[in-house]
Design a protein around this ligand. Structure first.
Ligand code: DSN
Length: 421
């Protein structure tokens, strides 16, 4: 059946033992190969990362930390975790790293547990303005267990209103100020937020899940020199395995480690920890910096192309790997735009825009990101074409099949998934 390394070394065995599940894996690879992946929070990991994920380290229980585990036989996996921690500290210039969180949400849970008691107050960006569920949404533990005050973006510029953040911080005296977002296309001024946190005696927690790969590469300013705690995921722009991690100052190291284990997690997933080490190693290479630069160039090209198709870029553009587009000018909702693009083989997601009159399941916007397509080797000219195809898919639903054919024959598509990097 072919497919090589993307199915893993034991794929033929899986096909023999469980053809039904093997089919799912094949179909997913075909889905990715047959279209354009623009989900801003996704990427395509390297074969080396996949090899670590599909390894014997998946079997090992290792509650605790290297040199201090609650299980025997951890001397080998200890080496993987030490390597991951050392590389994370070096890559990001951090005092301390914890590489055990299972996800970004788990990392935020642990970070809050380290800094707050239930009922304590935190100030964070509203989900509707680009924040994250774990930044105090009532649908999430963070909004139920803490006293959350939210800040947002200005209606006119759609940029974070730092004056509002300062006013709210002075008025409400939060114990933690959370910054970072999931659909904010601009840089965040961590220096200003550090100043506000210092003024009110709050911890500054940066959730850098989305841009951490860009920070690792040094192509956008890092949160690490400013924040007391930085939480992040390893699978977005960083292009590693699905998972989370936390960086912090020496002062908070013990509190963060105890908050991850034993407070919020049990045994770490050592195969994922090993894969994080691989990804941190890959992110130290010059090729990764070139990749990260290209991600931003491509995001700008896509954003401009979509603007030319009549979608309005929220904030007027992007400085990062993602863009948020108001699609109302094309007479559709975000949900309609998402489903029309999906029918044409272009995967993106609907997303609320600031002050969105539509409910979260509908929305007035879509979010696009370029981490995947840049890994696949797309350049700005390819993204201009993709932007034009998105415009046609959204505007002319009766011609979606035609657009889908054009998407599938984009020259860059079929070879792209097998590209070495
Ligand atoms: N679900 C992620 C995103 O798409 O931004 C955040 O957790």
């Amino acid at each position: 059946m072919g497919g090589g390394r993307f199915y893993g070394p034991d794929f033929e065995l899986l096909e023999e033992r469980d053809p039904e599940l093997a089919r799912v894996l094949l179909d997913e690879v075909e889905r990715v190969r047959g279209g354009v992946q623009l989900i801003a929070s996704e990427n395509l990991t390297s074969p080396a990362v996949l090899a670590a994920l599909g390894s014997a380290l998946s079997d090992k229980y290792a509650e605790g930390y290297p040199g201090n585990r609650y299980y025997g036989g951890c001397e080998v996996v200890d080496r993987a975790e030490r390597l991951a921690v050392r590389r994370a500290r070096e890559l990001f210039g951090a005092d301390h790293a914890n590489v055990q969180p299972h996800s970004g949400s788990s990392a935020n849970l642990a970070a809050y547990a380290a800094l707050l008691q239930p009922g304590d107050r935190m100030l964070a960006m509203a989900l509707q303005h680009g924040g994250h569920l774990t930044h105090g949404s009532r649908a999430n533990f963070s909004g139920r267990w803490f006293d959350v005050v939210s800040y947002g973006v200005r209606r006119d510029t759609e940029l974070i209103d730092y004056d509002e953040v300062r006013d709210l911080a002075l008025r409400h005296q939060p114990k933690v100020i959370v910054c970072g977002a999931t659909s904010y296309p601009r840089l965040i001024d961590f220096g200003v937020l550090r100043g506000i946190a210092d003024e009110v005696g709050a911890w500054l927690l940066a959730d850098a899940a989305h841009p951490m790969g860009l920070m690792a590469a040094g192509v956008i300013p890092s949160a690490v020199p400013y924040a007391d705690v930085v939480t992040f995921t390893t699978h977005k722009t960083l292009r590693g395995p699905r998972g989370g991690a936390i960086l912090c100052t020496d002062e908070l190291a013990g509190r963060i480690d105890r908050a991850v284990f034993p407070f919020t997690q049990g045994g770490p997933m050592m195969h994922a920890v090993a894969a994080k080490a691989v990804a941190f190693g890959e992110a130290m290479r010059p090729e990764f910096a070139a990749y990260a630069r290209q991600v931003i160039v491509n995001a700008r090209a896509l954003c401009d192309a979509l603007a030319a198709e009549g979608m309005r870029p929220v904030t007027g553009g992007t400085d990062t790997h993602l863009a948020l587009l108001d699609v109302r000018g094309l007479g559709v909702t975000g949900a309609e735009a998402e489903s029309r693009c999906a029918a044409a083989g272009i995967t993106l997601n609907r997303s609320a825009i600031p002050y969105d009159p539509e409910p979260p399941g509908v929305t007035s916007g879509v979010r696009v990101g370029t981490p995947c397509v840049t890994t696949q080797g797309f350049g700005p000219a390819d993204l201009e074409k993709v932007g034009a195809l998105i415009g046609r898919a959204v505007r002319e639903p009766e011609k979606i099949a035609e657009v889908g054919d054009e998407v599938r024959t984009l020259p860059v598509i079929r070879q792209a998934y097998l590209r070495q990097y």
